[in-house]
Write a protein that binds this ligand. Structure first.
Ligand SMILES: *Cc1c(COP(=O)(O)O)cnc(C)c1O
Length: 382
């Protein structure tokens, strides 16, 4: 039997209904949406534009503000490097947060190598950004603030409205990486002062390899891929039509089922946390609220992290941190003040559409079984 999958922050399976929606676009309707002279192109273009409307509707914005990309990594790169290139003459300072995904941290580090200055704002012990600290860290030549919507390791979501308001006040652009948040928490771009927003399909039952960037009107942005002028010149390259269709379908489904599904996951997550607390010496990482319903991240004190994960792996697929930083102690947990050893003996539980009550119970049973042995083996409490 394959292990129970509780790693939904890393990726999710394509939903059966999304798969069905994508199917015709691999073979029958294979046209290039940029072919303007025949019906093969028209039908592909129609599918892309429907998906664009679906993505826009889910964020309460208009379709021409949506640029399709290969995922959230590319969207983040376009947003951060694109703004930096456009505003090069106006300022050289960027503000982001220590607990961001590497798809934000690495473009920022690259810009530092080009002469930009980047502030990596610390977070409080609960993982949340203090808006007054953020305000105080702004500089006269800050051009961009990038703060993620929901954290991919600890699930906490940041005060986007308050951060955006500070940025507006100061005339600074505000980008958010919403890869973990879209389809899970409401994101209304008419109401929220967000200038750029990145998203991806594969965290919400869509295919890997497609995402989008929302760009508010008149935000200066330099394209990072040059070529055939697709996506209004913002992102060259032939669109992956089946994947784009999958993104639109996945987001539409996630929005339609959002409230019910999040309530279901919250109940499962709450039960899991109640059971884990009975094991004693278990710490919660990140605020309990506001937090994604499907996320629980805990540190098991007094156990060897590598051994813990070795014994979990046959029964449950979880991670000790981000899927993208294997081997290193999680920079997110370190930013919360956890030691390297504590970070290693932490477990990120990511619950999703396929998760059942029975599965949660099996995971609890397995932990009850292995933890006493793991604790006996360690001499010191870390
Ligand atoms: C998954 C994830 C990404 C990367 O998205 P891809 O579409 O896989 O490139 C970026 N940021 C966050 C917060 C994520 O969870």
């Amino acid at each position: 039997m394959r292990p129970i999958y509780l790693d939904y922050h890393a990726t999710s399976p394509v939903d059966e209904r999304v798969w069905q929606a994508m199917m015709p676009y691999w073979r029958e309707m294979f046209g290039n949406p940029a072919s303007r002279g025949h019906s093969y192109g028209w039908e592909a273009q129609a599918a892309v534009e429907l998906a664009r409307e679906q993505v826009a509707a889910s964020l309460n914005t208009t379709p021409e503000r949506i640029i399709f990309t290969s995922g959230a990594t590319e969207a983040n790169n376009l947003a951060i490097k694109g703004v930096a290139a456009a505003l090069y003459g106006h300022g050289r300072h960027i503000l982001t947060v220590q607990t961001e995904h590497r798809a934000v941290l690495e473009p920022c580090a690259y810009l530092e190598s080009l002469g930009f200055r980047v502030t990596y704002l610390p977070v409080a012990a609960d993982g949340l950004v203090d808006v007054e600290h953020l305000r105080a860290a702004l500089q006269p030549d800050t051009i961009l603030v990038s703060v993620m919507a929901a954290n991919n390791e600890i699930g906490v979501y940041q005060p986007l409205a308050a951060i955006g308001a500070v940025c507006r006040e100061r005339g600074i652009l505000f980008h958010t990486d919403a890869a973990q948040a879209v389809g899970k928490i409401p994101l209304d771009l008419q109401a929220l002062p967000i200038d750029l927003l990145s998203l991806t399909a594969h965290k919400i039952g869509g295919p890997k390899g497609v995402g989008a960037l929302f760009v508010r009107q008149s935000v200066p942005l330099v394209p990072q891929l040059h070529g055939g002028g697709q996506e209004q010149g913002w992102r060259a390259g032939t669109l992956a039509v089946p994947l784009v269709v999958g993104l639109g379908a996945a987001l539409t489904l996630a929005m339609a089922e959002r409230e019910r599904e999040q309530a279901r996951l919250l109940a499962l997550r709450t039960h899991l946390w109640q059971e884990l607390q009975k094991l004693e010496d278990v710490l919660l990482n990140g605020a309990w609220s506001p937090r994604l319903a499907g996320n629980l991240n805990v540190t098991f004190l007094g156990v060897n992290g590598a051994e813990l994960h070795r014994q979990l792996q046959p029964v449950v697929a979880v991670s000790s941190g981000s899927a993208c930083s294997t081997g290193q102690p999680s920079h997110v947990l370190r930013a919360l003040g956890r030691s390297a050893a504590q970070a290693a003996s932490s477990v990120r539980f990511g619950l999703g559409r396929g998760t059942t009550e029975a599965e949660i119970q099996q995971v609890v049973n397995h932990l009850q079984e292995i933890l006493p042995g793991l604790r006996q083996k360690s001499y010191i409490k870390t």
